[in-house]
Design a protein around this ligand. Structure first.
Ligand code: ZN
Ligand code: ZN
Length: 265
């Protein structure tokens, strides 16, 4: 069964295609559940690479309308991918109350450390000790209960460093929190799309990183493959097949329905 719960749209200003375009591509690929999870805005500040706050109502309204229009062909789920920053607690509450999303995805591209310093994990890791700060923030986020899934949990591995003890410790922190909270781990196909790169310890994808995923079997934590598509052609592409093959090699059997991974639904 083909499903994908991680889909962007042109609203986030770095993806192509409307909601309708992604649904058409999903239908052509034989996808039976398509979850939209565009990059969520924050009410008071534009952190970049996300939909304008003014579009949030229309996004959910459009998804509701298209879910009804296509109800006999495909199941459309409505969601957002969002970072966790503790000062927005009332905003996460409001998102749940106002829009009743089917789920929320934690995509912790940026975070605050214990002293309130802001980091973007994709650009501001000066060394691997920052991965621990990311992992602590992600763990704190998972413990709030707002998020059913963590996108690309191993995104820290994209920084230009070799795998070391901090990487292991960050992985352990994330897996512990996911196990404790029942948060689903996403194996991110978009990381594969970003290609193979040179690292001090060899050539590899930025993420997913095998050393992270090797720790997952036996943990009991559910894993799902997310397309994280930023173009309709990526909804179900070669990288989705490749993700399935990699997980099989690692002895991980991914869930395909979000409901199978969590008792919260
Ligand atoms: Zn994006
Ligand atoms: Zn995404």
């Amino acid at each position: 069964m083909k499903t994908n719960y991680h889909t962007h749209t042109q609203r986030c200003l770095h993806a192509q295609g409307t909601e309708e375009d992604y649904i058409r591509a999903a239908l052509e690929a034989g996808v039976s559940v398509l979850g939209f999870s565009d990059h969520a805005p924050f009410p008071d500040k534009d952190y970049g690479l996300r939909m304008p706050y003014e579009e949030l109502d229309d996004y959910f309204f459009t998804l509701e309308r298209l879910a009804n229009t296509h109800a006999s062909d495909i199941i459309i789920k409505k969601s957002l991918e969002i970072e966790y920053l503790p000062q927005y607690t009332s905003y996460y509450e409001a998102l749940w109350e106002t829009y009743s999303p089917d789920y929320l995805i934690l995509g912790e591209h940026f975070f605050l450390d214990d002293s309130g310093r802001f980091y973007n994990i994709t650009t501001q890791a000066e060394d691997t000790s920052v991965y621990l700060l990311y992992a602590r923030a992600a763990a704190q986020a998972m413990k709030t209960g707002y998020f059913q899934m963590i996108a690309h949990p191993d995104i820290f591995a994209m920084s230009p460093f070799a795998w070391d003890r901090n990487c292991d410790a960050a992985t352990d922190l994330i897996l512990e929190a996911a196990a404790e909270t029942g948060t689903i781990l996403e194996f991110n196909a978009n990381g594969l799309r970003r290609g193979i790169h040179d690292y001090p310890d060899g050539r590899r994808h930025m993420y997913p990183h095998p050393n992270f995923w090797k720790k997952v079997p036996g943990s009991g934590i559910p894993v799902i493959i997310g397309s994280d598509c930023h173009s309709p052609t990526q909804v179900w592409d070669e990288c989705m097949h490749q993700s399935q093959a990699i997980l099989q090699t690692l002895g991980i059997c991914p869930i395909t329905l979000l409901e199978d991974g969590s008792s919260q639904f």
